[in-house]
Each structure stands twice: as structure tokens, then as C-alpha cells.
Design a protein around this ligand. Sequence first.
Ligand SMILES: Nc1ncnc2c1ncn2[C@@H]1O[C@H](COP(=O)(O)OP(=O)(O)O)[C@@H](O)[C@H]1O
Ligand SMILES: [Mg+2]
Length: 302
Amino acid sequence: MDFALAHIPYDQLAKLEVKMDDFLSALQMIEPSAMREVFVEVPNVGWEDVGGLAEIKARLVEAVEWPLQYPDLFTQAGIRPPKGILLSGPPGCGKTLLAKAIASETNVNFISIKGPELLSKYVGESEKAVRDIFRKARQAAPCIIFFDEIDALVPSRSAGTSDSHTSERVLSQFLTELDGAEELRGVLVLGATNRLDMLDPAIIRPGRFDEIVEIPLPDEAGRAEVFRVQLRNKPVDGEVIVQELAARTDGYSGADITALCHQAALRAIRRAVHAGEEPAGNSIKVSIEATDLEAALQTMSR
Ligand SMILES: Nc1ncnc2c1ncn2[C@@H]1O[C@H](COP(=O)(O)OP(=O)(O)O)[C@@H](O)[C@H]1O
Ligand SMILES: [Mg+2]
């Protein structure tokens, strides 16, 4: 076919056929996007998206923002800022959310890595991936590297995981990078785990993850805050009493409360659609009412 032609005759086009060979040659040119490079971003989650946890927010600002903003004060005081901070607590309590919020609020670069993903994506060369991530972070400094579900990446050596060879190589690469002769200047390593007990103890020695921040299940006041955040941009009927909902959701995590609000919103949509189908009803408006939240609460606590 002559590609220089402005117009390709129809009978030629009709004869076009994609063969196996074409796929094979294309395969050589395309690289899986995940391998191309480590992805640097600034997430769009702010403090206002995290309900409660005021003390923890303040602590993260100290650990992340201050060293970048007032490095001289740290030098004067003769200490170095923390290298690594580990967020630990039950699932759904906002660890991932907090990590994103701190990155976007301080406006630093953010490299987010999921422990299990790294292991499966870079089979056989996970330790090289770890090295690349740290190299990339140094280039992108000031930068936060966030290792989510880090227990999968550096499990305890005694835990007897299936592929202990890989995990040992990854662990030692990880420690090398953290201890690195090359100062990790402007790079903060954040980790998050639901299973602190599964982590290799070498990881949480001072100078590596200097600090472990416990993120507990929210108390009643905390739950009210999460309800406020989750209902903030929703069409809520004035009568919904957040305080009462918080009192009745003992043991719920932030993620549970989010799911509850989602369920309630779905119910409201269903009602609006049905109302719109009736001959009389023509204006479809969604409004989440106390009864929707009540029903969602009933379903979830069953
Ligand atoms: N404190 C919170 N404030 C607002 N939303 C929250 C909070 N905690 C959890 N959530 C909601 O639950 C979801 C899951 O939380 P996540 O940060 O992934 O939990 P974790 O990483 O601790 O398992 C979040 O995306 C958010 O919608
Ligand atoms: Mg998480």
C-alpha cells in the first residue's frame, strides 16, 4: 500500500487484513506501561478529606513539612529529620488516605508503591525495582515514597513465606537503600501496614523507620468527623444527625462509614428514579434522607 497517497481507494481498504505476524511485530515495539518507569504524582486528596485524626495529621506535618521548610532548625538542633515513618493500624482507617493527603498538602512529589503489586509486577527483579524506586525518588526530591501494604514487601524472615529467596533479596535491597551511603536527602519513606507483627524487625530499627504512628479505629467523635466528610458533598436532607449516627456505629472503620454513606446514596437514587417513572412525577431530584442512612445502617449491621 502506498502511504503517501492522500486518498486510499476503497477496494484496497477492503482488502486489509490484520494477521498474527502483525501482532507479533507490534508486540516487539510495545512495552508494558507499568515497567516503563516509576510513576511520580501529586495526589488530589486534602486534609479536608480526612475526618478526625487531628493529632496524627499534626505529627505528619512535623515529620514531613518541617524538615523541608526549616532544614536549618534541624541542623541547629543537631538532629536529622526522620527518614521513615510507618503508619500502622486496622484496615480501612485511612492510612492510605493520610499518606496521599500529606503529599498533596505539602506539595511534594509522591511515589506510591503497593507491596504486593511490586512483587507480582517485577517477578524475579523486585530488588531491582526497589533500587529504581529510590533512585527515582532522589531525582524527584523533595519526594515521599509511599510503600502501601509494606508487610507484603518485607515480611519477617522467620514467617516462612513461600519464596524466601526473593523476599530476602528485596529486604536487603530495601535496607541498603534506607541506610544508603548516599544520604536520602529530601526523601521521606512512608510505609503503611495492617500487620505490624508481620514486618521484619530489621525494618523498624531507628534510622530506618524511626517512628511508628498508630492509627486506631475512630472513636465516636472521629466517626462523626468521617460522616461529615463523607456527607459533605452529598444532597443530604437537613434532618440527618451526624452525632447520632456516630453513636450508633461503634467499631466501624472510616471505610465502613464511607460504604454506609454510599449505600444510603444509592437508595436515594433508586427512590428518585422510581418517582421519575410515575406519571405524576416529572422532576427527578436526589435527596439522601435520614431513613436512607437508617436502612443502610440496618443492612450493614446485620
Ligand atoms: N478518617 C477518614 N476520613 C474520611 N474517610 C475515610 C477515613 N478513613 C477511611 N476513609 C475512607 O475509607 C477509604 C479506605 O481507607 P484507606 O485509607 O484505604 O484505609 P487503609 O489504608 O487504612 O486500609 C478511604 O478511601 C476513605 O474513603
Ligand atoms: Mg490502605
